[in-house]
Design a protein. Sequence first.
Length: 408
Amino acid sequence: MPISFDPNPATVQGREEMHEIAVEHMRPWSREYDDREHEMPWEYVNPMWERATGRSGKGDSGPGDGMVTVCVQTEELCWGDAGLYLRTPSPLLGGSAVAAAGTPAQRERFLTPFREGKPKWGAMAITEAQAGSDAAAIETTAVFDEATGEWVLNGTKIFCTAGEGALEHEGGLVVVWATVDKSAGRAGIKSFVVTAGTPGITVVGCEKKLGIRASDTATLQLENCRIPADNLLGKAEVKKPGASPAGDKGFKGAMATFDASRPIVAAMAVGVGRAALDFVQEELGRQGVPIRYDAPPREQTAIERDVIEMEAELQAARLLTWRAAKMLDRGQRNNLEASMAKAKAGLAVTKITQKAVELLGPLGYSKKLLVEKWMRDAKINDIYEGTQQINQLIIARRILDYSSSVLR
Ligand SMILES: Cc1cc2nc3c(=O)[nH]c(=O)nc-3n(C[C@H](O)[C@H](O)[C@H](O)COP(=O)(O)OP(=O)(O)OC[C@H]3O[C@@H](n4cnc5c(N)ncnc54)[C@H](O)[C@@H]3O)c2cc1C
């Protein structure tokens, strides 16, 4: 069967629409919201919300291409601006978690409000001071109160992307990972939905950062935060400590979020990398420096070799991303491919953007252009949703068939 790498017509239409948004509502505000770190960029948020709730139908995916479309559109928006993209009023990573670990009823209950009313955001809170790569070290607790039929959450979450937006706007939600039984290790970890306005969860600050500065990265405090029993994502197979969770389905369900979110982060990386590469190619064109793609290697100039390598890195990262996304669309397990895409794209975008700064000389380092910003925005793609090293570990485990207790 012939292999086609072309997205379907609906996906292409969606890409064109996102490109218009990137040009009209993102690029003009890139520098300003990089400087005004954490401020809500309404000039981008409002048109995006109108589009989300207008249900124009434009840009919706073709049959069975939902995740590929998301990746194609994400690339386009991050070509516009990765920090602003993270302010898109949508369920974001919280939505990926609900989609991956929630029941159909929970998906309906938590995600439907994102199509109506005022702009709202979703977020996912896993990381704690002592638990980043090692998510199983989470200390935030969830205790079931038999008397009220509620979960009671306590703990502190750090580096929560869109956490402030999610909690300070009606209808938003944060998916919080917590342990129901510390002695059970990873089997005790479950994910819980905390909606905006719930007493006991507070934003205690936002992180000042190197890149994606338009994005709010919040520290969240949970103090006796009470949520309904069925805000535990998935089937409530565990309700109280000591009830000995059967297997680690809850943790696996929560980890399945990454199979969907890693291709999206990879697509974000590809978008930032393409912004830098496009700009370098245009600038070299303006300066009359040709790139001869068909020149034999011994005749290529250093610049030609650099640009061709940047392009090869970008294309490889994009194809791995689309493969991981397509597998999800087909209902296939994509854990290995999601990590491959994320690891490749995270590395590619840091290399491409650094090379872009280098090739443009002092101008590349100047704030007159956005190239230095793209270099700063790039690195996060190699950190969140599993660092480069963690994704390489996952790839090695899957290829060599080692468990996480053997290869760590
Ligand atoms: C801007 C930003 C936004 C974020 N958004 C979110 C969010 O929305 N939600 C959320 O929950 N978290 C978020 N995070 C947190 C992010 O996911 C973590 O920073 C990341 O998982 C790494 O964890 P850590 O910082 O604790 O580093 P550590 O786990 O302490 O790792 C430090 C270094 O050691 C390496 N390392 C760790 N373990 C191993 C190993 N076994 N083998 C080899 N190397 C290893 C890592 O790769 C890394 O280079 C965000 C972080 C940032 C910076």
